[in-house]
Design a binder for this molecule. Structure first.
Ligand code: UTP
Length: 309
């Protein structure tokens, strides 16, 4: 029987330069997708997977994340007085979601370094890692899919998804042997290859199940791409020492730390919301109609109707 994965590490200490100036004073993980911050989606995914303890690695300027998952007595009192019971219950649900531990990464020295910062809280047991700016929309929690495979394999696992060949140079790409559909034994991970050098079109996504031996590797690892302590480098070393697997995760992935990914997530989740979808769908349809028509021929057509109040 493999040990149960009880803890998940959320590296949340990055600078978020792709989303400046918004991220100058606010964490990108607190960007709202509709009315919930991105990081709440990720925590809910972990809760759905049965994770009991969340270890959040934060940094300067990230206090809003702690406040979000904390109890807000003042706000609860206001909602009680106004008889807004549904909202009150929703707020209480957030602060009761999970047991959360916060650690600081004093300098953003890389994703691998952020994971290493969690060692004290993780201890000597397997743990999940979920990037706090990546959300998944699928039939089942992404972390739950990884944990299910971990229960069978008992070895480190990397979440992966297919990407268009033209995009392989933006990702860490998996090279390995396919054991069954969607499951590879990893030979190596190739960071941001050119299309012609890419060993596959399977890209690493921000979900992992790791074993504590990765900490020893990270402790002595030199900086890699961008001068940062890279998690991918540590996983390559790990794969030389023991079997490491990569599992294709079902669901659509949105990198909300990227403007386009954030926009797509907003549209996707708005269309899924019963209270918003009808008007939003209408707005999108009319906006697109207007956008696709030559400027002059839009006159008098449906697209001229006001689309929102
Ligand atoms: P990103 O690659 O998105 O980097 O990190 P970033 O610095 O946050 O954002 P950009 O690229 O400048 O826009 C992937 C994840 O790893 C965390 C980030 O918070 C993000 O969730 N991270 C990255 C850390 O926690 N510490 C680091 O030193 C680097």
């Amino acid at each position: 029987m493999h040990p149960t994965v009880r803890k998940a590490v959320f590296p949340l200490a990055g600078h978020g330069t792709r989303f400046l100036p918004m991220t100058k004073s606010s964490p990108k993980e607190m960007l709202p997708v509709i009315d919930k911050p991105v990081v709440q989606y990720v925590v809910e995914e972990a809760v759905e997977a049965g994770i009991e303890q969340m270890v959040m690695v934060t940094g300067r300027g990230k206090r809003a994340i702690e406040d979000h998952f904390d109890i807000s007595y003042e706000l609860e009192d206001v909602l009680k007085k106004k008889n807004k019971h549904a909202l009150l219950a929703e707020l209480q649900k957030i602060s009761n979601l999970a047991q959360i531990l916060y650690l600081r990464q004093k300098e953003a020295l890389g994703l691998g370094h952020a994971v290493l910062c969690a060692e004290l809280a993780v201890g000597d047991e397997p743990f999940a890692v979920a990037l706090g700016d990546e959300i998944l929309d699928g039939p089942k929690s992404g972390l739950a899919q990884l944990l299910e495979a971990y229960r069978q394999l008992g070895s480190p696992l990397i979440g992966m998804q297919r990407v268009p060949l033209s995009e392989v140079s933006h990702y860490g790409i998996v090279a390995g042997t396919e054991l069954r559909k969607g499951l590879f034994r990893v030979d190596r991970l190739v960071e941001k290859p050119r299309v012609e050098d890419a060993p596959s079109d399977f890209a690493i996504i921000g979900r992992y199940v790791l074993t504590p031996d990765v900490f020893d590797i990270l402790k002595t690892q030199s900086p890699g791409v961008g001068g940062e302590i890279q998690l991918t480098d540590a996983l390559n070393t790990l794969a030389e020492r023991r079997p490491v697997y990569a599992l294709e995760i079902a669901g659509d992935r949105f990198d909300t730390g990227d403007k386009m990914g954030f926009l797509k997530a907003t549209v996707r989740f708005a269309l899924k919301r019963a209270d918003l979808s009808e008007e939003f769908r209408h707005f999108l349809r009319e906006t697109l109609k207007r956008d696709l028509l030559p400027e002059t021929s839009g006159e008098g057509c449906d697209a001229d109707r006001p689309v929102s109040r």
